[in-house]
Ligand binder design. Structure first.
Ligand code: BGC
Length: 419
């Protein structure tokens, strides 16, 4: 799954533009992340508290913007100027990209990771490893291919959860005719792409989804099935709320939970924002797999990497403590309960988790797992960013046809993967 494509950052670094700081970085421990919505802030507090108990003072390096686009850019600038934070929320193939710059601490060389294979699932191990070496610490697993149903609205109209796209469109038409907005939707490209991702998984099937979005196999990218996926995706536009451009997912999650829209496609980090507002799974909202994706689990694993900048024994000890805290079952359980995810560790006690997380844990074990390309799990973020923009442009354009969009995608992917 790891690709060998150099990002613009790698090129700058290879040409010697990067100078790592040798200066002493005294505590506190600076951590870059993009957890800025109410539910995310509460989960971040769990991290802060667990670190504090272990004598690490968390220094916030938070960049607003769900999906992390902004955060990654700021991190690149900080790294290029020689002042990376101690740790950063880096996921998926980006771990490999940063590792190529020789900037990351090997977790294997920092702490004893031998036992990790006993409690981490393979897909998680692969995600945070480069050449069989842990380069990141995994903390949780989010499911992305969820469709959320507003209980009040579904009950009011006596509607059943749609399992297929045909049922989805029937339900959406019915709700629309009643004067209620069927689908809540934010206004950033990654949110459009997240919706496309579920459509693509259902239309292409998990195998071809992986071929297209992990391996960039042009025979699937440039196929009639892909055109079909784009067309189906576009049909959804008519049911969405008109978000202002740039409006983040939190806005859409609120309009859904406040009964202004009946359905919402989003990863289960959204539950964190509802829990923070006192809403309950199965009572205020239902969780069902996106239509046509019942057999699939599209995963998004949150993880942290550490940057090489240690000069003192205390700093080294802090790094070790950071890793040991994040991998501990106590932290992972408490964190995921608030975040809406499930712990990255397996065989932990999920009794205090909500019904949607329990469902997620069961499905993670039993369904076909695919990496979420909109959540940096399938490709590095510079490749993903281009693809997401194209998908979003198509979704919001009145003139671009599905055939043209697929053609553009095919050309783009060739350019992104050529040496
Ligand atoms: C992260 C989640 C986060 C979400 C929205 C995802 O990319 O993995 O942890 O809650 O973005 O900000």
């Amino acid at each position: 799954m790891k690709k060998t494509i150099l990002s613009p950052l790698s090129i700058l670094v290879c040409s010697g533009a990067l100078v790592l700081s040798n200066s002493l970085q005294a505590a506190p421990f600076e951590v870059l992340h993009w957890w800025t919505e109410p539910g995310e802030l509460q989960s971040k507090q769990v991290l802060v508290d667990h670190l504090k108990v272990n004598d690490i003072e968390f220094e916030d390096f938070a960049i607003v913007g769900g999906g992390g686009d902004g955060a990654i850019h700021v991190l690149q600038m900080r790294a290029l100027s020689g002042t990376p934070p101690e740790a950063a929320q880096i996921k998926g193939p980006d771990i490999n990209e940063w590792d190529k710059l020789s900037m990351l601490v090997s977790i294997d060389q920092l702490v004893d990771t031998q036992a990790w294979t006993n409690f981490l699932p393979e897909v998680v191990i692969d995600d945070v490893s480069v050449d069989q070496e842990y380069m990141g610490v995994p903390i949780n697993i989010h499911r992305v291919n969820w469709l959320w149903l507003n209980s009040n609205i579904f009950k009011r109209f006596g509607l059943a959860a749609p399992k297929t796209w045909k049922q989805f469109f029937a339900v959406a038409d019915f709700i629309q005719a009643k004067g209620v907005k069927p689908l809540s939707m934010g206004g950033t490209p990654w949110q459009d792409a997240l919706l496309f991702e579920s459509v693509a998984i259902s239309v292409l099937g998990p195998e071809n989804y992986i071929k297209a979005f992990v391996h960039f196999d042009n025979s699937v990218i440039n196929s009639t099935e892909m055109v079909e996926a784009f067309k189906l995706f576009k049909r959804l536009h008519a049911y969405t709320s008109i978000a202002q451009q740039g409006q983040d997912w939190f806005w859409a999650s609120q309009s859904f939970i406040n009964d202004q829209a009946a359905m919402f496609f989003m990863g289960d980090w959204v539950k964190g924002s509802w829990t923070a507002a006192g809403k309950e799974a199965l009572k205020d909202y239902q969780c069902v797999p996106a239509p046509g994706t019942e057999g699939v689990f599209s995963y998004n694993i949150d993880s942290f990497v550490l940057f090489k900048k240690v000069n003192t024994e205390i700093e080294l000890a802090n790094q070790k403590t950071f890793v040991n805290t994040l991998i501990s079952p106590e932290f992972q359980i408490e964190f995921s309960k608030v975040k809406g995810s499930i712990p990255a560790r397996q065989n932990v006690d999920l009794s205090g988790f909500d019904a949607c997380s329990k469902q997620s844990a069961q499905d993670f074990d039993n369904k076909v797992k695919v990496p979420s390309f909109t959540q940096n799990m399938a490709t590095s973020s510079h490749q993903q960013g281009q693809i997401i923009q194209l998908i979003s442009d198509y979704f919001n354009s009145e003139s671009l046809s599905a055939e043209e969009a697929v053609q553009q995608l095919s050309v783009m992917v060739k350019a992104l993967t050529s040496k």
